[in-house]
Ligand binder design. Sequence first.
Ligand code: HEC
Length: 151
Amino acid sequence: MQVSKLSGGILILAAVTIAAPLSGAQAQGAPEPIVAAREAGYDLMSAGVGLMKAGVAAGTPVKGYSDLAEAIVKWGKTIPAMFPPGSGTGTKAKPEVWSDRAGFEKAAQNLVDKATILVAAAKADDVAAFKTAFGDTAAACGACHKVYREK
Ligand code: HEC
């Protein structure tokens, strides 16, 4: 389906799907929803990290952050699968995500490991341990971005 806009502002929907060639992405099984999902996942995770950062700065109890920390663990385990071959076009994912797959997977596992410690600290409501683990978790985000994400 193609949408073309006339000067008069009238939208015309033309069914040209038969004539339209499949884009490379579609031919490989439409990674666009995966790209949208992973970017939404990152945005949600980033918002969660922001909440925890504010809590750490304010010295609030950390027990309430265990679900957020657990979500980061789950997300970290999912990261490699969210980057199927051919899903880099038009995104900030660097080619190294695919050319250095082992390193990328290691960077994702590093996030899982650090966030697992974060979960334990939250469950124990150990503010000091949580602060340290939070710094390590945030560093795991940055370590991957440095190598595998465009600025
Ligand atoms: C294993 C590597 C890796 C780890 C670990 C990682 N990221 Fe990312 N992140 C990426 C890549 C690659 C992209 C680019 C994805 C794209 O453009 O589709 C990205 C994109 C993002 C984005 C932008 C999403 C958008 O809307 O385009 C945010 C925000 C983000 N990451 C936050 C985080 C946070 C917060 C953490 C840690 C809690 C984290 N990331 C951990 C690799 C990683």
